[in-house]
Design a protein around this ligand. Sequence first.
Ligand SMILES: Cc1cc2nc3c(=O)[nH]c(=O)nc-3n(C[C@H](O)[C@H](O)[C@H](O)COP(=O)(O)O)c2cc1C
Length: 189
Amino acid sequence: MTLAEVDASAWAELKAAAADPQSAFHYLNLCSVDAGGRPQARMVVLRRVDAARRVLEIHTDVRSPKWQEISADPRVTLLGFGPQPKVQLRLQGSAELNGPASECATEAWSLLPRSTRSTYMGGPPGDDIGERSASESTAAEADGQAFFGVLLFRAETLDWFQLRHADNRRAVFAYDHLGALTSSRWINP
Ligand SMILES: Cc1cc2nc3c(=O)[nH]c(=O)nc-3n(C[C@H](O)[C@H](O)[C@H](O)COP(=O)(O)O)c2cc1C
């Protein structure tokens, strides 16, 4: 495979994964840094991919710690692993947060099935289950849309690593703000 083919196949795989819950890359590890400088990681669902612009869409609750962390520092990493072949994708970039009132979140919400919408209707993520007062829970359950946010991740670099028996391979790619490939090279694994 050439560098151009590696880049194209990685993005084709990500795009396909957004639509396929069976794909290994349907779930990615979203990593951010908290206010204390401590690394934080959690799994998220890959909802949509714009391969030309190198943008990945993720949905989350705006009351969650990750939303607060990323508001303070938008630099994030997305990490994925596909077992066949054994490929790690490490994407670094920045996250744009689109809150409940945004056009982007309104549109994404309108496309969500009722079952997914209901996951935004509970109390704040991370709070004790018993903590909510009756009035709070009524207000929250009335409309999960008030807590629904869309994170748009724009990749600046891709670090591609393929684990093989003897000859592991690794390549790094960089993209400009519009998603165009600006550099690519093989590096020591
Ligand atoms: C397979 C899997 C997929 C998940 N997908 C999402 C997701 O798309 N969005 C989300 O906010 N949390 C998702 N979660 C939950 C997060 O991993 C995390 O536990 C939660 O959002 C709280 O994260 P935070 O405290 O860092 O904000 C998922 C968990 C698992 C196990």
